[in-house]
Ligand binder design. Structure first.
Ligand code: GMT
Length: 375
């Protein structure tokens, strides 16, 4: 199949899922065209069947807002015609599903059929998409996609509750590639970050307010009162400074390392003993799944789809949003007991195997076939 993929090219989970999916499809022999404003971060090398087409939005002073959707839909039309694309898979409804619909209509006008698969990732539904300013357009774009997928049961339920949806929503979860990252499991250079007697706790996110990074630091503050430990914070975003200020104020800044945006996520996870994800909203929690793949148990909130990934008392523990005390107690219990920690580490990796790339890529291929057959 010749498949065009539209996604956000940045560090966010939806861009990662879209890119890893494209890479896996290319390995299976499909021709993949990424169409977005920047080369996606995890798309390191292009090849014969892996292409990237940049969407340029000229900066025109008359426009207060530069019309990205317009440039994207035009680019889609041009690329579909040039490369005879069979199908378009858009990740994140806003504005991608809307631009896809416009492209579909323009192509229809020229006698070309372009099936659209839309994948809902989370905040495109639960935060931004359901805002009254966007709701009508998002609802319309979902209902006019040929196939719709969501990354968790929880997100499917939210979508059905927030919008008037006439389309079947297929749940296709996030996934991990065990083969690609197995080498990271072998050589964990934990000595570069901590002394041998210290436990290592980590968190990876975009530090938006939904991630509740202050809770991560507060949980760590309690941990470090009982156990020698280091906290590694990976990512960049609006709440980073608040978290850094808190660490200075509480005298724990020496034990907390803020790495910023990093391509070393798997190296950090490799030497981590515990991963903390206390989000207020989380449709799936790809970062938790990636931690689990790397044998890291997860202390998380029970928001959104997190309970579909992190299994209570097996791969970690789940708590109500904001329950810093509960999260700290369980963290201390795990980190102070070698045998228990080893058991949870094994369990975490075992649970992650349920989200293996090959299974999930197969589900997407079936959905593509359905979209092609029905459109
Ligand atoms: O978590 C973020 O803020 C990034 C966001 C995105 O759109 O890239 O991630 C969402 O999509 C991921 C991939 O499907 C999910 O694993 C994340 O849970 C989801 N984030 C939220 O729902 C907050």
């Amino acid at each position: 199949m010749k498949i065009a993929i539209v996604c956000y090219p940045t560090f966010g989970g939806s861009g990662v899922v879209a890119t890893e999916l494209g890479l896996a499809l290319a390995l299976k022999g499909h021709e993949i065209h990424f169409i977005t404003y920047k080369q996606p971060v995890r798309l390191e090398a292009l090849s014969d069947n892996l292409h990237f087409h940049e969407v340029n939005v000229p900066d025109y002073p008359l426009f207060h807002y530069q019309p990205y959707e317009l440039a994207l839909s035009s680019k889609l039309v041009d690329m579909v015609k040039l490369h005879q694309i069979d199908l378009l898979h858009v990740h994140y409804a806003i504005p991608h599903a809307y631009a896809a619909y416009m492209a579909k209509k323009m192509l229809e006008d020229q006698g070309i059929n372009l099936p659209i698969v839309t994948t809902l990732h989370g905040t495109d539904i639960t935060l931004v998409g359901s805002h009254p300013f966007y709701k009508s357009a998002v609802e319309f774009s979902i209902n006019n996609s040929d196939c719709v997928t969501s990354v968790s049961k929880s997100l499917k339920e939210d979508t059905l509750a927030l919008f008037d949806i006439r389309k079947e929503i297929n749940v296709v979860p996030n996934f991990v590639d065990f083969n690609k990252h197995s080498s990271h499991n072998e050589d964990c250079e934990r000595y570069v970050i901590a002394d041998s007697h210290q436990r290592i706790v980590s968190h990876v996110s975009n530090f938006r307010s939904v991630k509740r990074v202050l809770d991560v630091v507060k949980v760590f503050e309690k941990i470090t009162k009982k156990i020698p430990a280091k906290l590694i914070m990976v990512g960049e975003g609006p709440d980073k400074q608040t978290a850094m200020d808190y660490c200075v104020k509480k005298g724990i800044a020496d034990s907390v390392k803020f790495l910023g945006k990093s391509n070393q996520v798997f190296e950090v996870l490799c030497y981590s003993d515990l991963f903390i994800l206390p989000s207020e909203k989380e449709s799936f929690g790809l970062s938790a799944l990636e931690a689990m793949m790397m044998r890291v148990p997860v202390i998380s909130s029970n928001a959104g789809g997190l309970s579909e990934v992190n299994k209570e008392g097996v791969s970690g523990y789940l708590f109500d949003v904001g329950d810093v005390d509960g999260m700290s107690k369980r963290s201390i219990e795990l980190l102070s007991n070698d045998t228990l920690l080893e058991k949870f580490k094994d369990n975490a990796q075992k649970e992650a195997r349920k989200f293996d790339l090959n299974m999930v890529v197969g589900s997407y291929i079936k959905i593509y076939e359905l979209a092609l057959a029905n459109s």
